[in-house]
Design a protein around this ligand. Structure first.
Ligand code: PMP
Length: 437
């Protein structure tokens, strides 16, 4: 596969952009090699600057549920753009997008923002404003964007790079952030026993997807981790905040909430609801959201919030994300998971596949003794060298996986039999490469 143009662009990029990329995981740092510079995309395919075609299993890290360059989304974007691209004043379409989100989730009101980071940052301020408390609880390996207070034991790029936090995040900013392992009920109980009256909220990914996919575990009481968190928050006057930026409108029409039915007090959304444009949101019960300015006293704002082009893309995407779309993505995901397991097993590569609905990831576990990955501590025992070998063999065969062992694999409605066949044909060689690493 010829990649000279990507290599040239990467070299040029590194002279003007730190690390050559505008978001760390794109640099292929944890898998090595040259990141592909993408020129265009269509349906399930990416095309790089050298003209190579890939079946895309990243889908822009989630947003492209309908596939790339969906004709209806493009038409909607083109139609609104000619009428002006930003007004700094309210529009009817924003109301429609809010109504669509509310129709699919338990939130009663939403505020639109431009990124998932902004959504989680704002929701923390709101939770602290409402409760008058300072402390928050988050989980190791959960990533909520690069919000200072949440950049503590974060997953995603931060997990990949092994950064415990980041220089520039002050001790004061994170002093009120309590961190423990995901799915660790005892640790959460201890936090509440010690600081119960100071905890504003617990924030969790609705199903963790940034340390690989780690679903909320079901306990002996038959309740999952989210239900446990909701109950312990409510028993202590704290708010339960569910981050559905990744899972929202992807793992079901109602996100992880559609799978487990655990009702959070506040939620964050992003990715799919922006249809490939910068749009995100946070929402919750009306009386909580009414504390936001201008209805209430907790300040939050944005020049491009509710941007008409992003809203048109998001609204069109959600309206087209029918039950049929989710059924297709679910079935494709199940088929792909089975094929990956078959291939890795055939070459004796120890692995664990975990899923939250159609979002799944493959953990290259150190040996057969690891049969489940409940938290970040276990996720970190992965053989990233085996993943890197697997990744590059897939890439060489024209399959674009997330360039990190700590990420979910994303499918779209356009991943058809032909796309699946291409992935399946690439698997044996990749599994063999992993087995030799
Ligand atoms: N929360 C979760 C669960 C995420 O997965 C992400 C991004 N991957 C974010 C928040 C941050 O979103 P953004 O990158 O749009 O700031």
């Amino acid at each position: 596969m010829q990649t000279t143009r990507s290599a040239d662009l990467f070299e040029r990029a590194q002279r003007v952009i730190p690390g050559g990329v505008n978001s760390p995981v794109r640099a292929f740092q944890s898998v090595g090699g040259t990141p592909r510079f993408i020129q265009r995309a269509s349906g399930p395919h990416l095309y790089d600057a050298d003209g190579n075609q890939y079946v895309d299993l990243v889908c822009s890290w989630g947003p492209m549920l309908l596939g790339h360059a969906h004709p209806s989304v493009l038409a909607a974007v083109g139609k609104v753009a000619v009428d002006g691209t930003s007004f700094g004043a309210p529009t009817e379409a924003e109301v429609e997008l809010a109504e669509e989100i509310i129709g699919r989730t338990p939130v009663e009101e939403v505020r639109l923002v431009s990124s998932g980071t902004e959504a989680t940052m704002s929701v923390l301020r709101l939770a602290r404003g409402i409760t008058g408390r300072d402390k928050i609880v988050k989980f190791a390996g959960c990533y909520h964007g690069h919000v200072d207070a949440l950049l503590v034991a974060a997953g995603s790029g931060a997990a990949t790079l092994g950064l415990p936090g980041s220089p520039g995040v002050t001790a004061a900013t994170t002093a009120d952030t309590l961190v423990c392992e995901y799915n660790d009920r005892e640790a959460v109980r201890r936090f509440f026993a010690e600081h119960g009256d100071q905890i504003a909220c617990v924030i969790t990914e609705a199903a963790a997807g940034n340390m690989g996919v780690v679903p909320p575990a079901v306990g002996d009481d038959g309740q999952n981790f989210n239900a446990f968190l909701r109950d312990i928050c409510h028993a202590n006057g704290a708010l339960f905040v569910s981050d559905e930026v990744m899972t929202g409108f992807r793992v079901s029409r109602s996100g992880q909430f559609g799978l487990d039915g655990v009702r959070p007090d506040l939620m964050t959304f992003g990715k799919v609801m922006g249809g490939g444009f910068p749009a995100a949101a946070f929402g919750g019960r009306a009386e909580l959201m009414q504390r936001l300015a201008p209805a209430g006293d907790v300040y939050q704002a944005g020049t491009l919030s509710g941007n008409p082009v992003a809203v048109a893309a998001g609204l069109t995407t959600l309206r087209l994300a029918t039950d049929e779309v989710y059924a297709h993505v679910d079935a494709t995901s199940a088929a792909l998971q089975a094929e990956v397991t078959n291939a890795l097993s055939a070459f004796g590569v120890p692995h664990v596949i975990q899923a939250a609905g159609n979002l799944f990831s493959v953990f290259f576990t150190p040996d057969e003794s690891v049969t489940a990955v409940p938290n970040y501590a276990t996720a970190k025992t992965q053989r990233t060298d085996r993943f890197a070998a697997f990744f590059h063999a897939m890439l060489d065969a024209g399959v674009y996986l997330p360039p990190s062992a700590y990420e979910g694999w994303f499918l779209s409605h356009t991943h058809d039999d032909a796309a699946l066949t291409r992935i399946v044909e690439a698997l044996p060689r990749a599994a063999a490469a992993a087995s030799r690493a």
